[in-house]
Write a protein that binds this ligand. Structure first.
Ligand SMILES: Cc1ncc(COP(=O)(O)O)c(C=O)c1O
Length: 367
């Protein structure tokens, strides 16, 4: 089966070199030397002032929402992975879903503004598929209405918008280094902020709130990254540029050869992009279904990221109170029905990509 992605692993010898340093010190977790080194390298690589490595991208979101002491409603996108919405619910906040822009697939700033009430405390936007949000407009809205602005940048590793790291927007950005991401530490994630006070508190928060042996100053959690994860991250940092370059080739090949009139692509607004995903939209969602079935028949498994919308998860049916369900989510509903993410990973053979493209062109053009 050809899946939508395949985890790239570093040369085993390289990983073993790091393991040897761990074995010689027996320091395997609790802010170890490899985590510290990874944080430093990632700060340099990503062009950010502070980066705090954590256990995964979901913990990064939990800590980001917690540290800002939010109350009431958080305006967010329904066109995302479950973790974005779940994290809001875990903090006992109410997700309010605004519509997305039909071209970039990110939150539509005008619809965000329409959904602001006196209960709104924050905006949690997502750079979906790594494509940057309209950050200036969102910042302006946040400033005007005194809202906190957080970005779920789980998919936006290494992306730049208007020649600046996309992670330097908002008060906090969170990253995921899950094995399916373009850059990974098996499981892992990070929190980025340029606010010293927030950074200090987040460091305490990820380690139970322990300030010293006899002082626990906040009710923290265990969100620590361990040394095995950091070792994987240090190895993978060496090949990230090569992998993105290869994914760019794959992306461009798909885009050039998928020439059915039924197809449209996400409008990418990044000045530097990571080509994480290969989303294709078929205006005719029945044809999309057909294409999915035909691909499955020949052992190719694209994914319907993100169908269903998080607002349509069954658990909201039982407790409508949690959802300020007053929105018109037309664009999100349409894109969610139309989208199919095609396989894209560095070791994927171009011949397989051509097979996918030929099949897609013929299924979509078939009347
Ligand atoms: C948009 C988004 N948010 C949050 C997450 C959660 O990250 P993790 O799986 O590392 O917990 C992911 C990825 O899995 C994601 O794609």
């Amino acid at each position: 089966m050809i899946n939508v992605t395949k985890t790239e692993l570093p040369p085993l010898e390289k990983y073993i070199e790091y393991l040897q340093t761990i074995w010689s010190s027996s320091w395997i977790t609790n802010d170890g030397p490899l985590v510290q080194l990874l944080e430093q390298r990632l700060q340099e690589h990503l062009g950010v002032e502070h980066l705090i490595a954590v256990a995964n991208g979901t913990m990064a979101l939990h800590c980001a929402l917690k540290v800002l002491r939010l109350k009431g409603e958080v305006i967010t996108t329904p066109f995302t992975f479950a973790a974005t919405t779940n994290a809001i619910l875990w903090e006992n906040l109410v997700p309010v879903f605004a519509d997305i822009d039909s071209e970039t697939f990110n939150l539509d700033p005008d619809d965000v503004e329409r959904n602001i009430t006196d209960k709104t405390s924050a905006i949690l936007a997502v750079h979906i598929y790594g494509n940057p949000c309209y950050t200036e407009q969102l910042q302006e809205i946040a400033d005007t209405h005194h809202l906190r602005l957080i970005y779920d940048a789980a998919q936006a590793f290494g992306v730049e918008y208007k020649n600046r790291p996309v992670l330097n927007n908002g008060e906090i950005s969170t990253l995921s280094f899950h094995a399916t991401k373009v850059y990974h530490t098996a499981e892992g994630g990070a929190i980025v902020s340029d606010d010293d006070q927030i950074v200090e508190e987040l460091k305490l928060m990820r380690d139970h709130g322990i300030k010293s042996e006899q002082e626990v100053t906040i009710p923290g959690t265990n969100a620590k990254m361990n040394e095995l994860q950091a070792a994987m991250g240090l190895c993978n940092l060496e090949s990230i540029e090569k992998h993105v370059e290869r994914k760019k080739k794959i992306y461009e090949h798909y885009k050039k050869r998928l020439n059915s009139t039924e197809v449209r692509f996400q409008k990418i607004v990044a000045s530097k992009y990571n080509y994480s995903y290969m989303p294709l939209c078929c205006e005719n969602s029945e044809k999309k279904e057909r294409l999915l079935l035909e691909l499955l028949k020949i052992g190719i498994k694209p994914r319907q990221y993100f169908y269903p919308l998080t607002v349509n998860y069954a658990y909201f049916n039982h407790n409508r109170d949690h959802v300020a369900d007053r929105n018109n989510l037309k664009n999100a509903i349409d894109v969610s029905r139309q989208v199919l993410c095609l396989p894209s990973y560095p070791s994927l053979d171009m011949k397989i990509i051509d097979t996918i493209i030929d099949l897609a062109n013929s299924v979509l053009e078939d009347t």
